[in-house]
Structures are given as structure tokens and as C-alpha cells.
Design a protein around this ligand. Structure first.
Ligand SMILES: NC(=O)c1ccc[n+]([C@@H]2O[C@H](COP(=O)([O-])OP(=O)(O)OC[C@H]3O[C@@H](n4cnc5c(N)ncnc54)[C@H](O)[C@@H]3O)[C@@H](O)[C@H]2O)c1
Length: 255
């Protein structure tokens, strides 16, 4: 059995995760709770969020704090973050995880759809960072982890707005890192490859794409949500204290 690292510096840290109810975000919530952090997560899916909280509590863990908001609504998101900080203290770690990889054809994209996809895949990362940084400055530092994607690096088709937003996240990371470094706040991008969440398996995994994955990845195992969460733990922990403005790729060597 593989024994993975634990991070004592994360105990009691106040950690905020976006899109934490399902998929990779769910793994982030589970891993930070297991590390002893005080975890809050924003999601719009109430049912998935409540069942995640119940599962963690049933397993004997500390209950994470579910914050119901749609991240496209910046005012509601700011309100949720303020409420979480009022209850648990200023945020030490922000995991900007939420996104949605809905497919779209170039010819059917309207201006409204473009704006909505950017709001869902890029805009809230900036405003969540903006909302937590005053508290991080008060605390003398913090860590922001922006979740990107290998999709723009390998030039995936069928979702150009998502791919553009994911490329933008790496630029946003570097811009924020420069401005916030003076306050000892690190900002990094965590770049997942193709991660086998239940949603990906249900929607896209066929024997043919499994074959493609085996061809493209250097390492032949499937990348799991836990593989991504373990990188987030390290980026949030004191162990990575001098890493900032960088991209950390977990894709089995695909890109
Ligand atoms: N799964 C992959 O293969 C893969 C690959 C590369 C990058 N990523 C990135 O990893 C991150 C997580 O991906 P995932 O596959 O777990 O996604 P997912 O779609 O399975 O889960 C996203 C979560 O965010 C929530 N969410 C979505 N839009 C929201 C909104 N407007 N307001 C509030 N909550 C919202 C959903 O309810 C869900 O709980 C994303 O940034 C994604 O781009 C995933």
C-alpha cells in the first residue's frame, strides 16, 4: 500500500475551495479536511455538497462548511466568502477549482454565451483572489492555487472558450504572483491532465479514448482526482514556500 505525505503546516489553516461538491473539487475538500484544515467550499450543487459533508462527517472527519453560491454571480460569491471568513477567520489558502468544460461549436457561439463561459471559467478566479487577499495580508501570507488545464497546452478542440480561459488562468497566476509576492502570498497554477472523475467517465471514456490516453500519456495509469488534490496540498503547505508564479502539471506526461 502506498503511503502519501502529510503536511503538519496545514493543520487548522482556513482553506476555501471553489467547486468543491463533486469531481476534483470533492477530492480537494476531502484531502484538506483530512489534513486538519478548516475547510469551506463554494458550489451551486446543493445535493452533491450535502452528501459530501455527510460522508466526511460519517467517516469521523471535521465537517467542511458548504457555501451555496453560483460563482458567475460575483456579489453572491463575495458574500459567501465574507460569511466564511467571519465564521472561521481570514482565509490562508484559496483553491480556485471550479470550471465547466461544456463543448461548443465555433459557429453557434453568441456574445452572451462567450461572456457566460468566461464568467464560469475565468472571471471568478480573480474576484475570489481579490476577496481573500486582504485577510491573507493581515495574516502575513497565504497560498492561492488556480486550477488550469492541459487542454490549451495540447490544443484540444471542441471548446475554444474553455481552452482560452484556461490559458488565461496561467497569465492571471503570473500577474497576481508578481503583485502579491511582497505580502508573502504565493500564486501558482495546478494543471491537470485528463482526470478520471465520474463525470468524465460517464461522458467521454470509451475503449477508443482509453487507447488514445495510453498512447499520449508517458505514464499509463489513469490520473485520479486524488493525484490532483495531493499536488494542491503541497502547493498550499509550507513545504512549497518559495514556489510562486509557476505551473505544476499533473498529466502523466501527456503535454
Ligand atoms: N476532469 C478533468 O479531466 C480535468 C482536466 C483538466 C482540468 N480540469 C480542471 O479541474 C477543475 C475541476 O474539474 P472537474 O472535472 O472536477 O469539474 P466538474 O465539472 O466535475 O466539477 C465542477 C464543480 O464545480 C461546480 N460548479 C460549476 N460551475 C459552478 C458555478 N457557476 N458556481 C458554483 N459551482 C459551480 C460544480 O457543481 C461541480 O461541483 C476545473 O477547473 C477543470 O477545468 C479538469
Amino acid at each position: 500500500m502506498t503511503i502519501f505525505a502529510t503536511y503538519p503546516s496545514l493543520a487548522s489553516k482556513v482553506v476555501l475551495i471553489t467547486g468543491g461538491a463533486s469531481g476534483i473539487g470533492e477530492a480537494h475538500v476531502e484531502h484538506f479536511c483530512a489534513a486538519g484544515a478548516r475547510v469551506g467550499f463554494i458550489d451551486r450543487n446543493i445535493q452533491a455538497a450535502e452528501s459530501l459533508v455527510a460522508r466526511i462527517v460519517a467517516a469521523g472527519g471535521n465537517a467542511p462548511h458548504f457555501l451555496h453560491a453560483d460563482l458567475r454571480d460575483i456579489e453572491a460569491t463575495q458574500g459567501a466568502i465574507a460569511g466564511f471568513a467571519a465564521a472561521h477567520g481570514d482565509v490562508d489558502v484559496l483553491i480556485n477549482n471550479a470550471a465547466h468544460d461544456e463543448r461548443h461549436d465555433i459557429e453557434t457561439v453568441s456574445v452572451a454565451y462567450w461572456d457566460e463561459r468566461i464568467a464560469l471559467n475565468l472571471r471568478h478566479l480573480f474576484f475570489c483572489a481579490q476577496a481573500v487577499t486582504p485577510g491573507m495580508i493581515r495574516k502575513g501570507g497565504g497560498s492561492i492555487v488556480n486550477v488550469g488545464s492541459f487542454s490549451w497546452r495540447v490544443g484540444l478542440g471542441g471548446m475554444p472558450i474553455y481552452v482560452a480561459a484556461k490559458a488565461g488562468i496561467e497569465g492571471l497566476t503570473r500577474g497576481l504572483a508578481r503583485d502579491l509576492g511582497a505580502h508573502d502570498i504565493s500564486v501558482n497554477t495546478l494543471v491537470p491532465g485528463w482526470v478520471m472523475t465520474q463525470r468524465q467517465i460517464d461522458l467521454w471514456v470509451t475503449p477508443e479514448v482509453e487507447e488514445e490516453l495510453a498512447q499520449r500519456q508517458c505514464l499509463k495509469s489513469r490520473v485520479t482526482p486524488a493525484d490532483i488534490a495531493r499536488m494542491a496540498l503541497w502547493l498550499a503547505a509550507a513545504d512549497s514556500r518559495m514556489c510562486t508564479a509557476q505551473s505544476f502539471v499533473v498529466d502523466g506526461g501527456w503535454s
